[in-house]
Design a protein around this ligand. Structure first.
Ligand code: 5RP
Length: 220
């Protein structure tokens, strides 16, 4: 039983003719894009914006019309995955490195639907290392500033090289004891010069669809 597929395909049912859709990134969003691709082939008419080069490529392969973000006003619905979801629907995202475009797209969507298997539900955020997108310029200075905030950052690597996002930036994966106040940490991180954005999505998700171990869906 593929729990990610179950959650993602449920979310795809929300999409109707004429909608502007945000396409998330990752192994769960993958199934939502495939399902929407199937529906497009059956006649569903949508336009979409992708949150990563990988999702853009996948959507185009399915024939989903992709348009540049600057050509749209608002998106109706975005479907995306998450690395952690707390009881207030605050999220950690960015395990797939796409947090910046994901946050921009989410912020411009009328409805953000998060899809995940049940293991992503946590009581408190912070077990998953928080991804922080950092500009390469003065990156060591930014790394130290993250340490001073109480994080234990590690540069994300791609074999022997530092991982680069679709925007040409670095990712510092930041371990911490737990995140007691996600809203405050989100602001503190984003105030650091050199930090582009971070993977805390505070008060952004509208609906969370979790597929539980027995295949049933917890949808709130
Ligand atoms: C990518 C993300 C993903 O949505 C998140 O990492 C979850 O991925 P997956 O569905 O593969 O578990 O934020 O930047």
């Amino acid at each position: 039983m593929n729990l990610k597929k179950i959650a993602a395909e449920r979310a795809a049912e929300y999409i109707q003719d004429g909608m502007m859709v945000g396409l998330g990134t990752g192994s769960t969003a993958y199934f939502a894009i495939c399902r929407l691709g199937e529906r497009v082939r059956e006649g569903l008419q949508i336009q979409a914006v992708a949150t990563s080069e990988a999702s853009d490529k996948l959507a185009r392969e399915w024939g989903i019309p992709i348009i540049p973000f600057d050509q749209i006003g608002r998106l109706d619905i975005t479907i995306d995955g998450a690395d952690e979801v707390d009881p207030d629907f605050n999220l950690i995202k960015g395990g797939g490195g796409a947090l910046l475009r994901e946050k921009i797209v989410a912020a411009n969507s009328d409805k953000l639907i998060i899809v995940a298997d049940g293991s992503k539900a946590v009581q408190q955020l912070g077990q998953f290392p928080l991804p922080v997108e950092v500009v390469p310029f003065a990156s060591e200075w930014t790394f130290q500033a993250l340490e001073k905030l109480g994080c234990r950052p590690e540069w994300r690597m791609n074999e022997d090289e530092r991982y680069l996002t679709d925007n040409g930036n670095l990712i510092a994966d930041c371990r911490m004891e737990s995140i007691v106040n996600a809203a405050e940490l989100n602001v503190q991180l984003n105030m650091l010069p050199g930090v582009v954005d971070n993977g805390l999505f505070v008060d952004m998700a509208d609906t969370v669809i979790l597929a539980k171990d027995d295949g049933s869906i917890d949808e709130r």
